[in-house]
Write a protein that binds this ligand. Structure first.
Ligand code: F6P
Length: 368
Protein backbone atom coordinates (compact mmCIF):
# COMPACT_ATOMS: atom_id res chain seq x y z
CA UNK A 1 0.00 0.00 0.00
CA UNK A 2 1.12 3.56 -0.75
CA UNK A 3 2.37 5.50 2.25
CA UNK A 4 0.02 7.91 3.97
CA UNK A 5 0.38 11.69 3.98
CA UNK A 6 -3.16 12.84 4.73
CA UNK A 7 -6.16 11.30 6.45
CA UNK A 8 -9.70 12.45 7.14
CA UNK A 9 -12.04 11.66 10.01
CA UNK A 10 -15.81 12.00 10.20
CA UNK A 11 -18.59 11.35 12.70
CA UNK A 12 -21.98 10.00 11.63
CA UNK A 13 -25.31 9.13 13.25
CA UNK A 14 -26.46 10.27 16.68
CA UNK A 15 -23.74 11.89 18.80
CA UNK A 16 -22.33 9.96 21.75
CA UNK A 17 -20.03 11.02 24.60
CA UNK A 18 -16.47 10.16 23.56
CA UNK A 19 -16.57 11.31 19.93
CA UNK A 20 -14.24 14.22 20.63
CA UNK A 21 -11.81 11.93 22.45
CA UNK A 22 -11.59 9.73 19.31
CA UNK A 23 -11.07 12.79 17.11
CA UNK A 24 -8.29 14.01 19.42
CA UNK A 25 -6.53 10.63 19.44
CA UNK A 26 -6.79 10.31 15.64
CA UNK A 27 -5.48 13.85 15.00
CA UNK A 28 -2.56 13.60 17.44
CA UNK A 29 -1.57 10.04 16.45
CA UNK A 30 -1.60 11.19 12.81
CA UNK A 31 0.43 14.33 13.56
CA UNK A 32 3.00 12.21 15.40
CA UNK A 33 3.51 10.22 12.19
CA UNK A 34 3.88 13.38 10.13
CA UNK A 35 0.44 12.98 8.54
CA UNK A 36 -2.06 15.80 8.06
CA UNK A 37 -5.52 15.19 9.51
CA UNK A 38 -8.79 16.72 8.27
CA UNK A 39 -12.29 16.63 9.74
CA UNK A 40 -15.27 16.31 7.40
CA UNK A 41 -18.25 18.31 8.66
CA UNK A 42 -21.52 16.62 9.61
CA UNK A 43 -21.05 13.11 8.25
CA UNK A 44 -20.31 13.62 4.55
CA UNK A 45 -22.19 16.93 4.23
CA UNK A 46 -18.91 18.85 4.27
CA UNK A 47 -18.05 17.14 0.97
CA UNK A 48 -21.51 17.46 -0.61
CA UNK A 49 -22.34 21.01 0.56
CA UNK A 50 -19.06 22.89 1.27
CA UNK A 51 -20.84 26.23 0.72
CA UNK A 52 -22.80 25.68 3.94
CA UNK A 53 -19.71 26.11 6.13
CA UNK A 54 -17.97 29.45 6.59
CA UNK A 55 -14.63 27.79 7.36
CA UNK A 56 -15.06 25.08 4.68
CA UNK A 57 -16.73 21.68 4.65
CA UNK A 58 -13.44 19.95 5.48
CA UNK A 59 -11.25 21.48 8.19
CA UNK A 60 -7.65 20.87 9.16
CA UNK A 61 -7.41 19.21 12.56
CA UNK A 62 -4.13 20.47 13.93
CA UNK A 63 -2.93 19.75 17.46
CA UNK A 64 -4.37 23.11 18.50
CA UNK A 65 -7.76 22.27 17.02
CA UNK A 66 -8.05 19.16 19.20
CA UNK A 67 -6.59 20.60 22.40
CA UNK A 68 -8.70 20.15 25.55
CA UNK A 69 -11.61 18.33 23.90
CA UNK A 70 -11.34 14.74 25.23
CA UNK A 71 -13.80 15.43 28.05
CA UNK A 72 -16.38 17.29 25.95
CA UNK A 73 -19.66 15.76 24.82
CA UNK A 74 -20.82 16.12 21.21
CA UNK A 75 -18.46 16.31 18.23
CA UNK A 76 -16.45 19.36 17.17
CA UNK A 77 -16.96 18.47 13.49
CA UNK A 78 -20.72 17.89 13.76
CA UNK A 79 -22.73 14.85 12.76
CA UNK A 80 -25.94 13.91 10.99
CA UNK A 81 -28.24 10.92 10.92
CA UNK A 82 -29.90 12.12 7.73
CA UNK A 83 -28.63 11.83 4.20
CA UNK A 84 -26.96 8.40 3.99
CA UNK A 85 -24.73 8.85 0.87
CA UNK A 86 -25.67 5.37 -0.38
CA UNK A 87 -29.39 6.27 -0.25
CA UNK A 88 -29.28 10.03 -0.51
CA UNK A 89 -32.63 11.86 -0.65
CA UNK A 90 -32.63 14.13 -3.73
CA UNK A 91 -35.55 16.55 -4.02
CA UNK A 92 -36.82 16.68 -7.61
CA UNK A 93 -38.27 19.84 -9.28
CA UNK A 94 -41.79 18.37 -8.91
CA UNK A 95 -41.29 18.11 -5.10
CA UNK A 96 -40.91 14.32 -4.99
CA UNK A 97 -37.84 12.79 -3.34
CA UNK A 98 -35.65 10.36 -5.26
CA UNK A 99 -32.97 8.10 -3.76
CA UNK A 100 -29.46 8.46 -5.25
CA UNK A 101 -26.07 6.88 -4.48
CA UNK A 102 -23.48 9.68 -3.92
CA UNK A 103 -20.60 7.44 -2.84
CA UNK A 104 -18.64 8.13 -6.09
CA UNK A 105 -18.51 11.83 -5.15
CA UNK A 106 -16.81 10.86 -1.89
CA UNK A 107 -14.19 8.77 -3.72
CA UNK A 108 -13.58 11.60 -6.21
CA UNK A 109 -13.17 14.06 -3.34
CA UNK A 110 -10.54 11.91 -1.63
CA UNK A 111 -8.65 11.46 -4.93
CA UNK A 112 -8.83 15.18 -5.81
CA UNK A 113 -7.66 16.35 -2.37
CA UNK A 114 -5.05 13.57 -2.17
CA UNK A 115 -6.44 12.33 1.13
CA UNK A 116 -5.25 8.75 1.51
CA UNK A 117 -7.63 7.29 4.07
CA UNK A 118 -10.75 7.82 6.16
CA UNK A 119 -11.40 7.08 9.84
CA UNK A 120 -15.16 6.82 10.08
CA UNK A 121 -16.68 6.98 13.56
CA UNK A 122 -20.25 5.79 13.80
CA UNK A 123 -22.88 3.18 14.48
CA UNK A 124 -24.37 0.56 12.24
CA UNK A 125 -25.49 3.02 9.53
CA UNK A 126 -22.11 4.80 9.32
CA UNK A 127 -20.14 1.54 9.42
CA UNK A 128 -22.29 0.11 6.60
CA UNK A 129 -21.38 3.20 4.56
CA UNK A 130 -17.72 2.75 5.57
CA UNK A 131 -17.85 -0.87 4.41
CA UNK A 132 -19.31 0.15 1.03
CA UNK A 133 -16.59 2.80 0.58
CA UNK A 134 -13.87 0.27 1.50
CA UNK A 135 -15.27 -2.16 -1.08
CA UNK A 136 -15.08 0.61 -3.68
CA UNK A 137 -11.36 1.01 -2.94
CA UNK A 138 -11.11 3.73 -0.28
CA UNK A 139 -8.81 3.00 2.67
CA UNK A 140 -11.19 3.06 5.61
CA UNK A 141 -11.04 2.20 9.31
CA UNK A 142 -14.29 2.15 11.30
CA UNK A 143 -14.62 3.15 14.95
CA UNK A 144 -17.67 1.80 16.83
CA UNK A 145 -19.81 4.47 18.47
CA UNK A 146 -23.29 4.39 19.92
CA UNK A 147 -24.94 4.90 23.27
CA UNK A 148 -27.18 1.95 22.29
CA UNK A 149 -24.33 -0.64 22.47
CA UNK A 150 -26.03 -2.55 19.64
CA UNK A 151 -22.96 -3.06 17.43
CA UNK A 152 -21.75 -6.58 16.92
CA UNK A 153 -18.15 -7.86 17.26
CA UNK A 154 -17.12 -5.41 19.96
CA UNK A 155 -17.57 -5.96 23.68
CA UNK A 156 -18.92 -2.45 23.97
CA UNK A 157 -19.14 0.86 22.15
CA UNK A 158 -18.04 4.16 23.68
CA UNK A 159 -20.97 6.34 24.79
CA UNK A 160 -22.85 3.41 26.31
CA UNK A 161 -21.25 3.60 29.75
CA UNK A 162 -21.96 7.34 30.03
CA UNK A 163 -25.60 6.84 29.02
CA UNK A 164 -26.02 3.98 31.50
CA UNK A 165 -24.38 5.97 34.33
CA UNK A 166 -26.75 8.89 33.75
CA UNK A 167 -29.87 6.69 33.50
CA UNK A 168 -28.84 4.92 36.70
CA UNK A 169 -28.45 8.23 38.52
CA UNK A 170 -31.92 9.25 37.31
CA UNK A 171 -33.39 6.03 38.74
CA UNK A 172 -31.61 6.69 42.03
CA UNK A 173 -33.30 10.10 42.17
CA UNK A 174 -36.72 8.75 41.22
CA UNK A 175 -36.85 6.16 44.03
CA UNK A 176 -37.45 8.81 46.71
CA UNK A 177 -40.20 10.72 44.91
CA UNK A 178 -41.95 7.50 43.79
CA UNK A 179 -41.80 6.17 47.36
CA UNK A 180 -43.00 9.45 48.90
CA UNK A 181 -46.06 9.54 46.62
CA UNK A 182 -46.66 5.75 46.45
CA UNK A 183 -46.53 6.07 42.68
CA UNK A 184 -45.56 4.09 39.64
CA UNK A 185 -42.75 5.89 37.83
CA UNK A 186 -42.06 4.79 34.28
CA UNK A 187 -38.66 5.78 32.85
CA UNK A 188 -38.25 5.56 29.06
CA UNK A 189 -34.72 5.32 27.67
CA UNK A 190 -33.25 5.25 24.17
CA UNK A 191 -31.59 2.19 22.65
CA UNK A 192 -33.47 1.65 19.36
CA UNK A 193 -34.22 -2.07 18.90
CA UNK A 194 -31.89 -3.22 21.70
CA UNK A 195 -32.48 -3.15 25.44
CA UNK A 196 -28.89 -2.69 26.63
CA UNK A 197 -29.33 0.75 28.25
CA UNK A 198 -32.63 -0.23 29.90
CA UNK A 199 -31.25 -3.52 31.20
CA UNK A 200 -27.91 -2.23 32.53
CA UNK A 201 -29.32 0.95 34.11
CA UNK A 202 -32.50 -0.77 35.27
CA UNK A 203 -30.66 -3.47 37.18
CA UNK A 204 -28.03 -1.06 38.55
CA UNK A 205 -30.63 1.53 39.58
CA UNK A 206 -32.99 -0.94 41.26
CA UNK A 207 -35.92 -0.84 38.80
CA UNK A 208 -38.66 -3.32 39.72
CA UNK A 209 -39.66 -4.04 36.12
CA UNK A 210 -37.56 -3.70 32.95
CA UNK A 211 -39.13 -3.89 29.50
CA UNK A 212 -36.78 -4.46 26.57
CA UNK A 213 -37.35 -5.09 22.84
CA UNK A 214 -35.86 -8.60 23.08
CA UNK A 215 -38.63 -9.75 25.47
CA UNK A 216 -42.18 -8.83 24.36
CA UNK A 217 -44.01 -7.78 27.52
CA UNK A 218 -47.44 -8.59 28.88
CA UNK A 219 -48.66 -5.47 30.69
CA UNK A 220 -50.75 -7.63 33.04
CA UNK A 221 -47.54 -9.25 34.29
CA UNK A 222 -46.16 -5.77 35.05
CA UNK A 223 -49.40 -4.78 36.79
CA UNK A 224 -49.15 -8.01 38.83
CA UNK A 225 -45.64 -6.95 39.92
CA UNK A 226 -47.02 -3.58 41.09
CA UNK A 227 -49.78 -5.34 43.08
CA UNK A 228 -47.32 -7.83 44.55
CA UNK A 229 -45.15 -4.95 45.81
CA UNK A 230 -48.22 -3.18 47.23
CA UNK A 231 -49.25 -6.33 49.07
CA UNK A 232 -45.76 -6.48 50.61
CA UNK A 233 -46.07 -2.91 51.85
CA UNK A 234 -43.82 -1.51 49.14
CA UNK A 235 -46.32 0.83 47.59
CA UNK A 236 -44.22 2.25 44.76
CA UNK A 237 -42.78 0.72 41.61
CA UNK A 238 -40.12 1.87 39.15
CA UNK A 239 -40.49 0.59 35.60
CA UNK A 240 -37.63 1.02 33.14
CA UNK A 241 -38.77 0.75 29.54
CA UNK A 242 -36.63 0.78 26.40
CA UNK A 243 -38.01 2.94 23.58
CA UNK A 244 -38.14 -0.12 21.29
CA UNK A 245 -40.02 -2.40 23.74
CA UNK A 246 -43.01 -4.28 22.30
CA UNK A 247 -46.19 -5.28 24.10
CA UNK A 248 -47.20 -8.87 23.26
CA UNK A 249 -50.59 -7.60 22.10
CA UNK A 250 -49.53 -4.41 20.33
CA UNK A 251 -46.99 -2.48 18.34
CA UNK A 252 -43.74 -0.72 19.20
CA UNK A 253 -44.22 3.06 19.62
CA UNK A 254 -43.07 5.01 16.56
CA UNK A 255 -42.93 8.83 16.61
CA UNK A 256 -42.10 9.26 12.92
CA UNK A 257 -41.83 6.71 10.09
CA UNK A 258 -38.62 6.04 8.18
CA UNK A 259 -37.81 8.34 5.25
CA UNK A 260 -35.23 8.01 2.50
CA UNK A 261 -31.83 8.27 4.18
CA UNK A 262 -33.30 8.37 7.71
CA UNK A 263 -34.49 5.58 10.04
CA UNK A 264 -37.82 5.66 11.88
CA UNK A 265 -37.95 7.58 15.19
CA UNK A 266 -39.03 5.62 18.23
CA UNK A 267 -40.66 7.04 21.35
CA UNK A 268 -43.85 7.12 23.40
CA UNK A 269 -43.92 3.62 24.87
CA UNK A 270 -43.33 4.98 28.41
CA UNK A 271 -46.49 7.06 28.42
CA UNK A 272 -48.51 4.14 27.05
CA UNK A 273 -47.19 1.80 29.75
CA UNK A 274 -47.88 4.36 32.50
CA UNK A 275 -51.46 4.93 31.31
CA UNK A 276 -52.37 1.23 31.21
CA UNK A 277 -50.65 0.50 34.54
CA UNK A 278 -52.59 3.35 36.18
CA UNK A 279 -55.86 1.97 34.77
CA UNK A 280 -55.14 -1.60 35.84
CA UNK A 281 -53.81 -0.89 39.32
CA UNK A 282 -55.72 2.25 40.30
CA UNK A 283 -52.42 3.90 41.25
CA UNK A 284 -50.95 7.21 40.17
CA UNK A 285 -48.35 6.80 37.42
CA UNK A 286 -45.90 9.31 35.94
CA UNK A 287 -43.53 9.04 32.97
CA UNK A 288 -40.01 10.43 32.58
CA UNK A 289 -38.46 10.29 29.11
CA UNK A 290 -34.68 10.59 29.35
CA UNK A 291 -34.31 10.88 25.56
CA UNK A 292 -31.43 12.97 24.30
CA UNK A 293 -30.17 13.70 27.83
CA UNK A 294 -28.56 10.25 27.53
CA UNK A 295 -26.40 11.52 24.67
CA UNK A 296 -25.03 14.59 26.43
CA UNK A 297 -22.41 15.37 29.04
CA UNK A 298 -18.81 14.39 29.58
CA UNK A 299 -17.83 10.82 28.74
CA UNK A 300 -17.15 8.62 31.78
CA UNK A 301 -13.52 7.59 32.29
CA UNK A 302 -14.34 4.21 30.75
CA UNK A 303 -15.81 5.79 27.59
CA UNK A 304 -13.08 8.41 27.36
CA UNK A 305 -10.32 5.83 27.56
CA UNK A 306 -12.11 3.47 25.13
CA UNK A 307 -12.52 6.39 22.70
CA UNK A 308 -8.86 7.43 22.97
CA UNK A 309 -7.77 3.78 22.52
CA UNK A 310 -10.02 3.38 19.47
CA UNK A 311 -8.76 6.60 17.87
CA UNK A 312 -5.09 5.72 18.38
CA UNK A 313 -5.69 2.11 17.25
CA UNK A 314 -7.42 3.32 14.07
CA UNK A 315 -4.30 5.30 13.11
CA UNK A 316 -2.01 2.38 14.03
CA UNK A 317 -4.17 0.14 11.83
CA UNK A 318 -3.73 2.51 8.89
CA UNK A 319 0.01 2.65 9.55
CA UNK A 320 0.07 -1.18 9.42
CA UNK A 321 -1.64 -1.09 6.00
CA UNK A 322 -5.07 -2.19 7.24
CA UNK A 323 -8.32 -1.17 5.56
CA UNK A 324 -11.94 -2.29 5.62
CA UNK A 325 -11.79 -3.11 9.32
CA UNK A 326 -13.34 -1.77 12.52
CA UNK A 327 -11.37 -1.39 15.72
CA UNK A 328 -13.20 -3.29 18.45
CA UNK A 329 -12.90 -3.90 22.16
CA UNK A 330 -11.86 -7.50 22.71
CA UNK A 331 -11.05 -9.47 25.82
CA UNK A 332 -7.35 -8.61 25.87
CA UNK A 333 -7.39 -5.26 24.08
CA UNK A 334 -8.34 -3.62 20.81
CA UNK A 335 -8.96 -6.09 17.96
CA UNK A 336 -9.52 -5.55 14.25
CA UNK A 337 -12.69 -7.03 12.74
CA UNK A 338 -13.76 -6.86 9.08
CA UNK A 339 -16.35 -4.11 8.53
CA UNK A 340 -18.36 -6.59 6.46
CA UNK A 341 -18.89 -8.68 9.62
CA UNK A 342 -20.27 -5.68 11.50
CA UNK A 343 -22.39 -3.87 8.90
CA UNK A 344 -26.05 -4.78 9.23
CA UNK A 345 -25.53 -7.11 12.23
CA UNK A 346 -27.35 -5.73 15.24
CA UNK A 347 -26.26 -6.97 18.67
CA UNK A 348 -29.40 -7.61 20.70
CA UNK A 349 -29.38 -8.56 24.39
CA UNK A 350 -28.84 -12.36 24.40
CA UNK A 351 -31.66 -14.01 26.30
CA UNK A 352 -29.18 -16.32 28.02
CA UNK A 353 -26.77 -13.61 29.22
CA UNK A 354 -25.84 -13.47 32.88
CA UNK A 355 -26.87 -9.81 33.29
CA UNK A 356 -30.45 -10.71 32.39
CA UNK A 357 -30.23 -13.75 34.69
CA UNK A 358 -28.99 -11.42 37.43
CA UNK A 359 -32.08 -9.25 36.98
CA UNK A 360 -34.34 -12.29 37.24
CA UNK A 361 -32.46 -13.58 40.30
CA UNK A 362 -33.03 -10.20 41.94
CA UNK A 363 -36.78 -10.57 41.38
CA UNK A 364 -37.06 -7.94 38.62
CA UNK A 365 -40.00 -8.49 36.26
CA UNK A 366 -39.22 -8.46 32.53
CA UNK A 367 -42.92 -8.51 31.73
CA UNK A 368 -42.88 -12.14 30.53
O1 F6P B 1 -28.72 5.58 18.02
C1 F6P B 1 -28.68 6.54 19.00
C2 F6P B 1 -30.05 7.09 19.26
O2 F6P B 1 -29.90 8.01 20.31
C3 F6P B 1 -31.12 6.04 19.54
O3 F6P B 1 -31.04 5.54 20.85
C4 F6P B 1 -32.38 6.81 19.23
O4 F6P B 1 -33.43 5.96 18.84
C5 F6P B 1 -31.96 7.69 18.09
O5 F6P B 1 -30.56 7.81 18.15
C6 F6P B 1 -32.59 9.06 18.13
O6 F6P B 1 -32.15 9.79 17.05
P1 F6P B 1 -32.49 11.32 16.78
O7 F6P B 1 -31.24 12.07 17.07
O8 F6P B 1 -32.88 11.36 15.34
O9 F6P B 1 -33.62 11.75 17.68
Amino acid sequence: MASIRRIAVNTGGGDAPGLNAVIRAVAISAANRGWECYGIREGFNGIFFPERYAEGGVVRLTRDAVRGIAHLGGTIIGTTNKGNPLHFPLRMPDGTVKEVDRSEEILEFFARKEIDALVSIGGDGSLTIADALAQKGLRVIGVPKTIDNDLDKTATTFGFDTAVAFATECLDRLHSTAQSHQRIMVVEVMGRYAGWIAMHAGISGGAHAILIPEIPFDIDKVAAKVRERDSQGRSYTLVMVAEGANPTDGQRAVLAPAEIGHAERLGGIGERVAKVLAERTGKDARTVVLGHLLRGGSPTTFDRLAALRFGAAAVRALDEGQSGIMVALGYRGVDYVPLAEVAGHMKAVPLDCDTLATGRDLGISFGD
